[in-house]
Write a protein of this length. Structure first.
Length: 646
């Protein structure tokens, strides 16, 4: 049967007690989408007290403020000339005691600030006759051959994420400024030395990457007996993907797959700080272009759900604290009842969002999440919240700060409860004596990542989200945008194109051209509680289908996908005796189920015509059912269902 969705076909196949090839009608036009756990818990599709926030404008305010050597006022200027390392310095916080100390500045602030501005159209290689891009080479250690977090630092006692994340940021800047040859040389050397690290951990440590850090002087990994960072495997994989892109050396691609295999098989959630955020898009690209079969939903849930092994509770927040909704923000789900961090929120938005380019099944969930991030992320800024709930206005000895600082520099975090207030807008610096305020310049250095992603449309609550601007995979692509409609009714927007030439609009959710020969703008109808992923291809383009992928002029644009869902039973339902499961395949092309694998209590059963379970064959209690479909086209998808057996 055929189901119309926004002008295209969604084919719905049923596996029931009758036959695995049976087909029946459904009202669920949105059943193609896959929704990960955290998104399901949001109170509504549209955030409470929704307001679009222009983070690109905030990023430009930040750049004007921070890179002003002549600024006057309390704690100003915020930047200094590092004469020792021929660079510049930005402190981590407003009122940071390290301000002006050459070599003490952090890459997670300085490199991120250059990247953030660059993503929003500011040329940091020639800004008021200063080349801030070249100055970032101060973070490259000639002795160790890698990017470090401090110009005067070493790898000896630095944790994995503080080594790998600056290297990723530095590499992203290098991609934007290809003419910076020294930077590209440093990038390739950094990647190659991390590859040597990978070989050591792969061979000598038997493919174990669960370490706290790596000493590049002794060439040995180490653990500090307090925590470890298994998601360093993802950070290395991102660098090696760049290495493969730069050099075409297949050793890097092989390493990427080995590292992602490790993360896939890791017991429990491997998230420590930010590196795991890159896993879903990397895994999906490998599935799409290199034939792997990584579980994207598993990867997303590990990031969002707060089930981390090395850092318990680390994930994404949901719900309302006092008068403020925090759904979509990232940090600890357990610390004091919840603790959201600005940097993690902005970094996660940049890393996870491009997934919708490679797997449109997640377009709706990612659209809903990024809509919440755009609205709720504004609460990190002083002017958006109650003064009595803020640390700056309740810290003795702090004189009035300039309006520029309060508008452009966010608080480090938001606590669900502190100082008798819920929520509390502040951070760790004033608690532990790191700085005189909780306003975090390292967090503000990341705001342009979110700013580069999101653009408003003429329909309030519907964003146009750029899926390429923060894609670390950096493959050749046509302009690609995610548009999500949170409303219960279809909505129309004015879609404006990127090109001066006529384009065709290809919607990857249904793999169909939805508008032809568009010049400048067109009215698009976005389905209720649905999404479109629009690729702008040259008008009249021939769309080639190779295997399950679609290409224009040799450039990847989309993939055929199928999604499995279960009807008739819900999570935590009680079952007894013999019961049946109805498995439904929802596809954006002609596909059907070949067979189903059902796993209960580590016992696996295969079905071809119906799924029947006898609860009496199992012990009583709560059971997790893992249901995996294999389709006629070789695709797989799986879901889990928890039932109580009586």
């Amino acid at each position: 049967m055929k189901k119309i969705l926004a002008g295209g076909l969604i084919l719905l196949f049923i596996v029931s007690a009758a036959s695995c090839s049976g087909v029946k009608s459904m009202d669920k036009s949105n059943s193609f989408y896959k929704e990960f756990n955290r998104i399901k818990t949001y109170n509504s599709n549209l955030p409470a007290n929704y307001r679009y926030t222009d983070y690109a404008a905030i990023a430009k305010q930040y750049d004007d403020l921070v890179f002003d050597y002549e600024a006057e006022g309390e704690y100003l200027p915020l930047i200094w000339e590092d004469q020792t390392y021929n660079s510049f310095g930005i402190p981590a916080y407003i009122g940071d005691g390290r301000t002006g100390q050459d070599g003490e500045q952090e890459a997670v602030t300085a490199i991120a600030a250059v990247l953030s501005a660059s993503l929003n159209g500011i040329d940091k290689s020639n800004q008021e006759e200063r080349d801030y891009v070249r100055m970032l080479n101060a973070f490259f250690s000639e002795d160790e051959g890698i990017i470090l977090n401090n110009p005067n630092g070493t790898s000896a006692s630095t944790s994995m994420w503080y080594l790998l994340y600056p290297a990723i940021l530095y590499t992203q800047v290098s991609v934007l400024y290809e003419e910076q040859l020294e930077m590209r040389s440093n990038t390739i050397m950094t990647i190659e030395n991390w590859y040597r690290t990978y070989e050591i951990m792969c061979i000598q440590m038997e493919s174990d990457y669960d370490y706290t850090g790596f000493n590049f002087t002794t060439w040995t990994p180490y653990k500090n007996d307090i925590w470890s960072e298994p998601d360093c495997a993802v950070g290395m994989a991102v660098l090696f993907h760049y290495g493969y892109t730069f050099t075409d050396d297949v050793k890097y691609l092989s390493a990427v797959i080995e590292l992602m295999d490790y993360i896939e098989s890791y017991y429990g959630g491997p998230l420590y700080e930010v590196l795991m955020y890159y896993a879903p898009v990397l895994a999906s690209e490998l599935n799409t272009l290199y034939g792997t079969d990584y579980d994207i939903m598993k990867s997303l849930n590990r990031i969002f759900d707060g089930n981390s092994i090395p850092r318990g509770g680390w994930g994404s927040l949901t719900g309302t604290w006092g008068d403020y909704e925090v759904s979509g923000l990232f940090g600890s789900t357990t610390d004091g009842g919840g603790y959201a961090f600005a940097m993690n929120t902005f970094a996660a938005a940049g890393a996870v969002t491009p997934l919708a380019r490679y797997d449109a099944r997640y377009a709706k969930s990612i659209g809903e999440w990024i809509l919440h991030v755009n609205s709720n992320g504004r609460y990190f800024f002083s002017g958006e919240t109650s003064q009595e709930n803020q640390s700056v206005t309740n810290t003795p000895g702090i004189d009035s700060l300039s309006e520029n600082i309060l508008q452009a520099v966010p608080y480090e975090g938001i606590r669900k409860q502190s100082n008798g207030k819920s929520p509390w807008f502040g951070g760790d610096p004033t608690v532990y004596g790191w700085a005189k305020t909780d306003l975090a310049l390292y967090s503000g250095a990341h705001v342009g990542i979110l700013g580069a992603l999101c653009e408003s449309t003429d329909q309030e609550g519907i964003l146009k989200v750029d899926l390429l601007v923060t894609d670390v995979l950096q493959s050749k692509a046509f302009p690609t945008y995610l548009i999500y409609n949170p409303y219960e009714d279809d909505k129309q927007i004015t879609y404006r194109t990127d090109s001066d030439e006529a384009v065709d609009l290809f919607n990857t959710v249904i793999n169909t051209v939805v508008a032809s020969r568009v010049e400048e703008e067109i009215i698009l109808t976005i389905p209720a509680d649905g999404a479109m992923v629009v690729v702008e291809v040259p008008a009249g383009s021939v769309i080639d289908r190779k295997g399950l992928n679609y290409y224009v002029e040799g450039c990847y644009i989309s993939t055929d996908r199928s999604a499995l869902s279960i009807e008739g039973l819900n999570n935590n339902d009680v079952v007894s005796g013999i019961f049946e499961l109805e498995a439904i395949l929802n596809s954006n092309f002609e596909d059907e189920i070949n067979y189903i694998m059902l796993t209960i209590d580590e016992k696996t059963f295969q079905f071809t015509d119906k799924i029947t379970v006898n609860a009496n064959d199992f012990s009583k209690g709560s059971k997790q059912l893992q249901i995996k479909a294999v389709t006629k086209n070789g695709l797989t998808d799986e879901i889990t269902l928890r039932l109580t057996f009586e």
